[in-house]
Design a protein. Structure first.
Length: 557
């Protein structure tokens, strides 16, 4: 018998023996629930024996027998009631623990708790709740009249990748029945926030209404996804609505885990704590930089993967450049705390970047991960990884700090059967087709292809997914389109110059321009013009409109 923890107040397991009860008491449990009917197995101890042992050990005991495969709504309600009244923590058991976990999951659904959190907790204890996901989503009750709609193609996510692939599909086959699922009212040009934080762009120019960008002829389902049912070609929306598909494209982006750093959420936007990774905070970055005259400025980068791996140091370069030009840099100490071991993952670009690190006299602190922050006292704590595998806590003070939060796949993706062990959609890195579900595709930040998570990557991926989806649906006879891992990171090393990093899988350089025009390994003024003047209209008027300028897919021979 090995208790499996679902929450701090509930653990479950397989059938127990009377002699196990004393061990449960010693482990701190106060109550036992039996969910297995007496006589279900020949070698099974009856509840009376368990109850007797529980009394001897000072534990409360309750009997709520449930027939295997027949967990009713009433059973779940009764289980929830027991959890309310019994002394805690509670231990529940059945033949394998699955019935107990299911009863808990349904009772939590009835309480209105988020589906993703319920699935995550159950999965963490080793129990798959996919068979009752609709019931959980339906407030823990069996759906009796679930409305369903069907589309040829359903795209989850209305960000850069989702709208781009919808437009690419429509450009190829205008009569295709497509729906985009996204609850957001506003679509953001996130690559522009680095410039907002440097006083170059107005934040308002980076935002447009979602409705203005959904392609003509594409239905917008303004809702949040609760779960996937790939074996049924179905998506469960919050509220238990069901959307079916013939082909599914997942472009759900990633989750910025602000809560992953203790104390961060409480101090963001004040006390000198900012981040260009949020629309409303990027202007505060510029306010801090503009008014900063002396003191210590920290810039952080969390462990990979993150969106736009160069963005954390872009904030450093543009801030330092402003202080350099205004003559205040000599009175400012700059530290870059990077959870990684190198300045940039593609070595060809490092020499040029190091020149600027030296120009700005910035201190590089590798393998330092921000874990806690106290805004009022202006103190930050980092976990430093040592060579022997141990970690040391480093405490440091700051006057301003630019924070990049840790990043994960969205909860509803991480707990889905479409995700890999790390929580990202599991795709073939060349075709962006799911490895086990041939009618499912993913692109953008959510897929596990080993490329940089950038808008430039999504721009290249969208036509590839569109081509391969139509090919698999029998609407074209061409071979697969292949993705080479292309991503781009315009590293804004100073106002007016950019190191234009363009690379693919395994760090292979994939420049879009000849070296005589733009040598991506060196600071370049034309690259700055590209970033400031050309890329925004290319984003709004080409990428999101199905015009594949410099993004035509490579077809396998």
């Amino acid at each position: 018998m090995q208790p499996k923890t679902i929450t701090p107040l509930l653990s479950v397991s397989e059938q127990i023996q009377p002699e196990d009860v004393a061990a449960l008491s010693a482990a701190g449990f106060k109550s036992v629930i039996c969910n297995r009917p007496d006589g279900e197995g020949a070698d099974q101890h009856g509840f009376a024996e368990i109850e007797s042992a529980a009394k001897l050990s000072g534990l409360a005991a309750a009997y709520l027998p449930v027939i295997s495969g027949k967990v009713s709504d009433e059973d779940a309600q009764a289980f929830g009631n027991l959890l309310d009244i019994l002394p805690k923590p509670v231990f529940a058991y059945c033949r394998t623990g699955t019935r107990s976990a299911t009863l808990w999951a349904l009772s939590e659904g009835a309480r209105g708790h988020p589906l993703s959190g319920i699935l995550t907790a159950a999965a963490g204890a080793g129990y798959d709740m996919s068979g009752v996901v609709r019931r959980i989503a339906n407030n823990g009750k069996t759906p009796t009249d679930v409305a369903e709609i069907t589309h040829d193609v359903v795209i989850v996510g209305g960000g850069a990748a989702g709208i781009a692939v919808a437009s690419s599909l429509k450009a190829r086959k205008p009569d295709l029945d497509i729906a985009i699922i996204d609850p957001a009212d506003v679509h953001y040009y996130q690559p522009g926030w680095t410039f907002v934080g440097a006083g170059i762009f107005d934040a308002r120019t980076t935002a447009r209404t979602m409705g203005s960008l959904i392609p003509d002829g594409v239905q917008w389902i303004k809702a949040a996804v609760a779960a996937f049912e790939p074996e049924k070609n179905a998506i469960i929306l919050e509220g238990c609505r069901v959307v079916r598909y013939n082909s599914l494209v997942i472009a759900a982006g990633l989750k910025l885990n602000w809560a992953g750093i203790e104390g961060l959420a409480e101090t963001l936007g004040r006390n000198g704590v900012t981040s260009n990774y949020r629309y409303d905070l990027a202007p505060y970055t510029w306010q801090l930089v503009r008014d900063f005259r002396r003191g210590r400025a920290l810039f952080t980068q969390p462990p990979m993967p993150i969106k736009c791996a160069g963005a954390p140091q872009k904030a450093l370069y543009l801030s330092a450049d402003h202080w350099y030009r205004s003559g205040t840099l000599k009175d400012i100490e700059i530290d870059f705390y990077n959870a990684g071991a190198v300045l940039f993952g593609v070595k060809d670009y490092v020499p040029a970047l190091m020149e600027y690190i030296e120009r700005y006299d910035a201190n590089l602190k590798f393998q330092h991960n921000l874990t806690r922050i106290d805004g009022p006292t202006k103190t930050a704590w980092f976990a430093r990884a040592n060579a022997d595998g141990s970690k040391t806590t480093i405490e440091t003070e700051f006057d301003m700090i630019h924070v990049v939060p840790p990043q994960t796949a969205p909860d509803f993706v991480r707990v889905s059967p479409l995700a890999d062990s790390a929580g990202w959609i599991d795709v073939d890195q060349a075709t962006l087709r799911h490895k086990t579900r041939p009618n499912v595709y993913a692109l953008g930040d959510i897929c596990n292809a080993p490329n940089a998570k950038t808008a430039a990557a999504a721009r290249k991926q969208a036509p590839i997914v569109a081509h391969n989806l139509l090919k698999d649906a029998g609407k074209t006879t061409a071979n697969d389109a292949i993705y080479d891992g292309y991503g781009s990171c315009p590293l804004t090393v100073e106002r007016g110059k950019i190191v234009l990093a363009e690379f693919g899988y395994n760090g292979k350089l994939l420049p879009s321009f000849p070296a005589w025009l733009i040598d991506g390994t060196k600071p370049n003024r034309l690259a700055w013009y590209l970033k400031e003047r050309m890329l925004p209209p290319i984003y709004w008027k080409a990428m999101l409109r199905g015009k594949e300028w410099m993004a035509k897919p490579q077809i396998m021979a």
